[in-house]
Design a protein around this ligand. Structure first.
Ligand code: NAD
Length: 188
């Protein structure tokens, strides 16, 4: 039944305790949740270091650790498309039927609202510390406090998958490119 199924759209780079809080709140209101792992094609960049598969892996373990009912939760991956105005139908073609979307992202809000879908904003929990950007920054700095902001199972997978080394080598590539082409980041 579409009426009681809600979508939570994100990139989950990586999933953190703020996302888990949002999932719990959504499941208080709705029978089922569909977690949409957006930008599925993206990985190995500073903004999107993790592959879609790694994100699904982490989300599943994080939900399990947090005692979220997995029988009420779907995790799907959706690649980005160039054509923003048809993106809501693109998401529909990947997802089980749903009637409501949860997002804090203004573009996602605009696109689904214009497509006639009700959009709600999850209440932000412990911002600014619970943020993917902050966690990736701390990882790069070698500041272990990021471990407090993700479930233990996610911290373990970040270690096992060597995500810090991946981020550092992406950063090195960026720095090297900037050195060889100083105008590269000033094109727009
Ligand atoms: P994100 O992982 O940064 O955030 C996901 C959501 O989690 C946020 O919107 C917010 O509601 C919630 N959240 C974050 N921190 C929280 C906290 N501390 N407490 C409670 N809730 C918290 O993901 P995002 O960047 O918003 O993801 C949007 C996705 O949609 C991207 O993958 C983007 O590419 C995709 N998209 C694609 C198109 C297209 O392909 N044309 C168009 C629009 C959006």
């Amino acid at each position: 039944m579409a009426e009681d199924r809600a979508l939570l759209v994100g990139r989950f780079q990586p999933i953190h305790k703020g996302h888990i809080h949002a999932v719990r709140e959504i499941l208080k209101e709705h029978k089922e949740i569909v977690i949409v792992v957006g930008s599925a094609q993206a990985s190995h960049s500073l903004e999107n270091p993790l592959t879609a598969g790694e994100r699904v892996y982490m989300i599943n373990k994080a939900l399990h650790e947090s005692d979220v009912d997995l029988s009420r939760s779907y995790i799907i991956t959706v690649p980005d498309i160039q054509f923003n105005s048809v993106w809501p139908s693109h998401v529909r073609s990947y997802a089980p039927p749903f009637s409501i979307v949860y997002t804090g992202n203004s573009l996602v809000t605009a696109l689904f609202s214009e497509a006639g879908v009700e959009v709600r904003h999850p209440k932000l929990f412990r911002r600014p510390e619970l943020s993917g950007t902050r966690i990736r920054e701390l990882l790069i700095k070698g500041d272990d406090s990021w471990r407090n902001f993700v479930p233990t199972s996610v911290a373990k997978l970040v270690d096992e998958l060597h995500i810090r080394s991946r981020l550092l080598s992406i950063l090195e590539d960026h720095d090297r490119q900037r050195l060889h082409n100083p105008l590269a980041n000033h094109g727009q």
